[in-house]
Design a protein around this ligand. Structure first.
Ligand code: ZN
Length: 441
């Protein structure tokens, strides 16, 4: 397929660029990028997608999310409302995930995917929990992602909070799915070894996780110091910090993804840098849970790779980007901070994190990258050029609904529809599944 007449807005070497290039997509990859005239000449008769009046962006990568939260919207929390992070987990998330069965796992994922793809996300790094329906749960998520045709990396969050048997099943599910995933770059689905967070696993369980994950030479995906209770818990167990505790059980390696990192302990930045692991910033979720905010500028300045995730809280990565920028400005009392650094999280670091998992360039519009992209109709009210493009992205395009979303070279969303998918029927089933689990809770 030839994609022509649009304006490509992408990110190279720390800067946003605008170009009139066309793209030639074949077998799921971008095979060529260049002038529209020469592409048309070389590929006579090729199917054409005319993107006139549209901006073409790389498909967004969500570096930390939870598909299982898809049926939480509107869930009636009983009074009194949770007063801290632990209560939010106990009164909402740990009740919701215990109620999930195979059907509701599937429809949670369907709802999350549908809404995220509508906002242009084509790659997901998911962290799953369903303590009463563990074995096979990652296959159910995969089935939902297959329906829509997007790339996803799954894991099951091992935790000791529901007892030993549930924890063992969590380990089994990670190992089963890791063994099943195809290492080829063509493979749509990948996996990591999931753990909930340091504060819900005993030393013994953490040792088992470290041994199991390292036996398959995989990275781990877990929450780190989202709230200060994670740091305090590790210190109460005799460790300097939660990160140091994870390191002592072999959980840190260059492929490990740590979500949040709001309250790191002394020496943690150096330890994280040495390990090569990455942190994922989730500003809207952190604000919603009132847990504080990671000092992202400091981490970046010290050479830590920080990506951007939604933590299952929102669907649009441009919306999350705006929040990251506004939060950085607000907290630092400095309007000249947060803009370029937040852009680097979404457009520089998220692609690098995903590339490590898939082994191929992605989140980029260049030759050899996966053909994942978003087309938005946009009539700029002010001049749009290389100098103004980043500002248009954050303050203009972030307010637009994508017109077309392409994943693996295939149109998966166009004009408000998912070709071949009856979304009304799926939503009807999702509402029934939500009703069922809310009643169960
Ligand atoms: Zn999370």
């Amino acid at each position: 397929m030839l994609l022509i007449n649009g304006r490509i807005l992408d990110y190279r070497e720390g800067e946003v660029h605008l170009s009139e290039d066309g793209l030639f997509l074949q077998s799921g990859f971008i095979r060529e990028r260049g002038s529209v005239r020469s592409l048309k000449k070389r590929h006579l008769g090729e199917k054409i997608l005319d993107a006139r009046g549209m901006i073409i962006l790389p498909g967004f990568i969500n570096a930390h999310t939870h598909f299982y939260s898809g049926l939480a919207r509107g869930f009636p929390l009983r009074s009194p409302y949770p007063a801290d992070f632990k209560q939010i987990l106990k009164k909402l998330w740990w009740k919701l995930d215990r109620a999930l069965d195979e059907e509701s796992i599937y429809y949670s994922a369907v709802v999350s995917l549908m809404e995220s793809i509508r906002q242009g996300t084509t790659v997901f790094i998911d962290h799953h929990s369903s303590p009463h329906s563990i074995l096979g749960s990652l296959d159910i998520l995969e089935e939902a992602a297959s329906l829509f045709g997007v790339r996803a990396c799954f894991c099951y969050e091992v935790s000791g909070r529901d007892g030993q048997n549930v924890a063992r099943d969590g380990i089994k599910e990670n190992l089963r799915y890791l063994g099943k995933c195809n290492p080829s770059i063509q493979s749509q689905f990948k996996s990591l070894f999931g753990i909930h967070a340091s504060f819900t696993v005993s030393d013994r369980l953490l040792r088992e996780c470290g041994y199991a994950g390292n036996s398959l030479r995989t990275g781990f995906h877990l929450h780190l110091c989202e709230d200060k209770l994670d740091l305090e818990d590790a210190q109460n167990r005799g460790y300097r910090s939660a990160l140091q505790r994870l390191e002592s059980f072999g959980i840190l390696n260059p492929a490990t993804i740590l979500a949040h990192g709001v309250h790191l302990g002394e020496g943690d930045i150096a330890l994280l840098k040495k390990s090569g692991g990455v942190l994922i910033h989730n500003p809207q979720s952190n604000m919603n849970n009132a847990v504080g905010m990671a000092p992202v500028e400091t981490y970046l300045a010290k050479g830590i790779r920080v990506g951007l995730g939604s933590d299952g809280w929102t669907d649009g990565m441009l919306f999350e980007l705006r929040q990251a920028i506004l939060t950085a400005k607000h907290l630092s009392h400095n309007p000249d901070t947060g803009f370029n650094s937040s852009l680097s999280l979404l457009w520089g670091n998220n692609p690098a994190i995903a590339e490590r998992i898939w082994g191929n360039p992605m989140g980029k519009l260049e030759k050899g990258a996966f053909a994942d992209m978003v087309l938005l109709k946009y009539q700029p009210p002010t001049p749009l050029n290389n100098q103004s493009a980043a500002s248009h992205l954050v303050y203009g395009l972030s307010q637009c609904q994508p017109e077309v979303v392409i994943a693996g070279g295939r149109i998966i969303y166009q004009g408000g529809e998912f070709p071949g998918i009856d979304t009304e029927k799926l939503l009807e089933k999702a509402r029934k599944a939500a009703h069922k689990i809310w009643n169960k809770i």
